[in-house]
Write a protein that binds this ligand. Structure first.
Ligand SMILES: [Fe+2]
Length: 178
């Protein structure tokens, strides 16, 4: 079955629309972190990179008087829930296998617990990698969402990741994610 590349996912108009809100640089940087972390945690790097690239696709713009309202955001944000749904829809549309789309979507749902009631979540290795990849690129007060990059440079980096991933698929990528 056809598996969409990172480039196909990145170029999709919905990815472009939503990543403009949460930051293209943060998405790509998280994806590079996920690539590195995936071998450490024994998870499929392709799933990890796709999930990290899309992990913040659910962000809403929390503006008040032209400025980002961080307090409002912290109190009312559900970007992980929206992101999991958006990513799943997008991946299915691009022909991603259903099992993969679900694993990626769940990793996005659980990449932060800031919207969940207190308690301990038990994350599987893929979910852990995506959470750590996001944290590795975080800056205080959400500044990591504002770094800028040209479209051409972003495409160049995504292509680089795609070629790093070529031939890297693990024999049973879902072993670690079920
Ligand atoms: Fe993030």
């Amino acid at each position: 079955m056809h598996q969409p590349s990172l480039l196909e996912i990145f170029k999709h108009p919905k990815t472009q629309k939503y990543l403009q809100r949460s930051g293209v640089v943060h998405a790509i940087a998280s994806s590079f972190h996920a690539y590195k972390l995936s071998s450490q945690y024994g998870v499929d790097p392709i799933l990890a990179c796709k999930a990290a690239l899309l992990h913040d696709i659910g962000h809403y713009t929390w503006y008040r008087d032209g400025k980002w309202d961080y307090e409002q955001y912290k109190a009312n944000d559900i970007h992980a829930i929206k992101g999991a749904e958006r990513a799943h829809k997008l991946l299915i549309e691009l022909g991603e296998e259903r099992e993969h789309a679900k694993a990626i979507s769940l990793a996005i749902l659980l990449h932060t617990d800031s919207y969940l009631p207190g308690g301990q979540l038990e994350l599987n290795p893929l979910q852990k990698v995506v959470r750590l990849a996001d944290e590795a690129d975080e800056e205080p007060e959400g500044l990591h969402h504002y770094r800028e990059i040209s479209y051409d440079k972003a495409i160049e980096l995504i292509k680089k990741l795609d070629s790093m991933l070529e031939g890297k698929e693990m024999p049973n990528p879902l072993q670690q994610t079920s």
